[in-house]
Design a protein around this ligand. Structure first.
Ligand code: ASP
Length: 253
């Protein structure tokens, strides 16, 4: 979230009104507890706000001004919205608006529409006790408006974790990930159908979503520590760290 390179926290994409509205969620696979914030504008770390919703409220999802107020009341760092803005995202917004004007249709843009390398930040983890957890933090889509919220803060769409199956965090065109309940579908295919993590991820991302026209991918780990990171775009920034310290990072297929 603190790196301007990713579409999350500082460097998040901008709305039609030129501000950052951030979405994040966090889920604990041991308890199925979850926390999420949608459309927050002043909390420096939306993922910390999501975790605070999980740990310190009776709720799962808070949005907008209420979520800003809750985060501040928890003592989380508060910033001006301009803290999140970068020149690069201002240019992307200008481009999206110019395109809209030319095509006379409204367009929301993925964070990197030129080469489809998504910038949402997610993590999925398994600890030595067999506990799984997942989190996702994003600025959503460039030129979004009307309080649009994507899949990232929706448990079962952009994030899911269950100790019986897997932990997963998604990136891509959120409207598709919501409608196809992608994160939960991965877990459900493993639980009900006996699919492996890799089989389920491949079927969802490269068949179901692709057929529907939904672009994106996911990062996932199962209860045995298998890692799978399928995507149906040209690239997706991704990486993993294994128990033995092995670290791998990738961009393209
Ligand atoms: N999934 C995010 C959203 O639709 C965007 C992204 O992953 O780049 O809000």
């Amino acid at each position: 979230e603190n790196s301007p390179l990713f579409n999350s926290g500082k460097g998040a994409v901008l709305t039609n009104a030129g501000r950052a509205e951030l979405d994040a969620s966090f889920m604990d696979g041991a308890t199925l507890n979850a926390g999420a914030v949608g459309g927050v504008t002043t909390v420096k770390s939306p993922i910390q706000a999501a975790r605070a919703v999980l740990e310190k409220s009776d709720h799962v999802m808070l949005t907008g001004e209420g979520a800003n107020t809750f985060a501040a009341a928890q003592g989380l760092e508060v910033v001006e919205n301009t803290y999140f803005h970068t020149e690069r995202r201002r240019k992307s917004l200008e481009n999206a608006k110019a395109k809209e004007k030319k095509n006379k249709t409204s367009s929301i843009e993925l964070s990197e529409d030129d080469d489809y390398k998504y910038g949402t930040v997610g993590a999925a983890a398994l600890d030595k006790n067999g506990n799984l957890a997942a989190g996702t933090s994003t600025g959503g889509m460039t030129n979004k408006r009307y309080g649009r919220i994507g899949d990232s803060p929706i448990i079962g769409a952009g994030t899911y974790a269950n100790n019986n199956t897997c932990a997963v965090s998604c990136t891509g065109h959120g409207e598709y990930f919501i409608r196809y309940a992608v994160a939960y579908d991965l877990s459900a295919m493993m639980e009900y159908k006996g699919s492996s993590l890799a089989e389920a991820g491949d079927e969802i991302i490269n068949q179901k979503l692709k057929k529907a026209g939904g672009s994106g991918g996911l990062i996932s780990i199962d209860k045995y520590g298998n890692v799978s990171m399928p995507f149906n775009t040209a690239g997706m920034y991704r990486g993993y760290v294994l128990e033995n310290g092995e670290v791998q990072t990738f961009i393209y297929k």
